[in-house]
Design a protein around this ligand. Structure first.
Ligand SMILES: *[C@@H]1O[C@H](CO)[C@@H](O)[C@H](O)[C@H]1NC(C)=O
Ligand SMILES: *[C@@H]1O[C@H](CO)[C@@H](O)[C@H](O)[C@H]1NC(C)=O
Ligand SMILES: *[C@@H]1O[C@H](CO)[C@@H](O)[C@H](O)[C@H]1NC(C)=O
Ligand SMILES: *[C@@H]1O[C@H](CO)[C@@H](O)[C@H](O)[C@H]1NC(C)=O
Length: 274
């Protein structure tokens, strides 16, 4: 506790210094926007934000909640956190444990997800290429996909994504329908059809495919599309992104999975920077 308070005041001090230097540019989205003197009030309630860094950093990860959608169930994720040691019951600290499917919420697929021989060979999330997931290897493009179709070869062609673009976040009807905010799993989500996946692999330089529901592949082409994407072990699928209210365009993306040995999927934290 004492440590927390010390850290909090230190952060505030830093913020105060920062605000003085940047007095003309501070905005409500600023992490440091708390007016000096109101720190007690502000510190008493946890702040949950979607945008940081003066409006420049977007958290495009969905919050893990019991009501978030989970694969092929109407019930949502359900309980995933337990408190085996709690201060109320006499422990010195609160200590939670979690249990959740590796493909929950915003997550990444490794090649072992749909190729058993890759799984056996150890192509797990620990082997995903950080050069691709990495922040600074180049821009990420957020594009809007036509709302009336799944992502077919024809749709991919129509998007005219320039050669050289290595990361693309595809925003679809799923975002408009708020599917990631609904508890019930919905098979009618938009995703890649096999020919769309094939077109992407054969005609673009895209190595990171980001989508806005739990699977990059449309439900009707679930396995065929995954097979096309993951066969070459070059494409990384980031699924379940939160792309609401972000202007299409070029950003820097940071996406890092947990380093889980043996796992063919992992929760991933993704942010976009303007
Ligand atoms: C510790 O756990 C208790 C439940 O035993 C909870 O009410 C409390 O908020 C927790 N404290 C912190 C600091 O998380
Ligand atoms: C504390 O222990 C009691 C009795 O074992 C149990 O019923 C209760 O759920 C525990 N509370 C927490 C917060 O762990
Ligand atoms: C990955 O990011 C780091 C840190 O920004 C950068 O130094 C490095 O060059 C990047 N890796 C590649 C392969 O570009
Ligand atoms: C996309 O495909 C799914 C089946 O995978 C279907 O239910 C849905 O209607 C399609 N969406 C559009 C916009 O065509």
């Amino acid at each position: 506790m004492a440590t927390n308070i010390r850290i909090a005041s230190w952060v505030l001090l830093l913020c105060a210094t920062f605000s003085m230097a940047m007095a003309t540019t501070s905005s409500p989205a600023n992490t440091c926007s708390a007016p000096i003197g109101e720190e007690e009030e502000d510190n008493s309630v946890p702040v949950r934000k979607e945008i940081y860094g003066n409006g420049k950093i977007y958290d495009i990860t969905h919050r893990y909640t019991t009501n978030m959608p989970s694969w092929e169930t109407k019930e949502g994720l359900g309980q995933f956190l337990w408190l085996p040691a709690s201060m109320k019951n006499g422990s010195l600290a609160n200590f939670s444990e979690m249990k959740l499917p590796a493909h929950t919420g915003t997550h990444v697929d490794a090649p072992g997800h749909v190729y058993d021989h890759y799984f056996d060979a150890g192509f797990d999330v620990d082997t995903l290429d950080l050069d691709v997931l990495n922040v600074s290897v180049g821009p990420a493009l957020l594009v809007d996909v036509p709302r009336d179709k799944n992502i077919t070869a024809e749709v991919m062609k129509s998007l005219k994504i320039p050669k050289g673009v290595r990361r693309v976040l595809f925003r679809t009807l799923n975002t408009d329908r708020g599917l990631m905010w609904k508890k019930e799993f919905d098979t009618s989500y938009v995703g890649f059809m096999k020919d769309g996946a094939k077109w992407l692999v054969e005609n673009t330089d895209i190595k990171l495919v980001g989508v806005d529901y739990l699977s990059a592949a449309a439900y009707d082409d679930l396995i065929p599309s995954h097979l096309v994407f993951l066969e070459g072990r070059e494409v990384i699928l980031v699924e379940g992104l939160k792309l609401d209210d972000i202007v299409p365009g070029i950003y820097v993306v940071h996406c890092l999975p947990l380093r889980l040995l043996g796992a063919e999927g992992s929760p991933i934290r993704c942010i976009l920077i303007k």
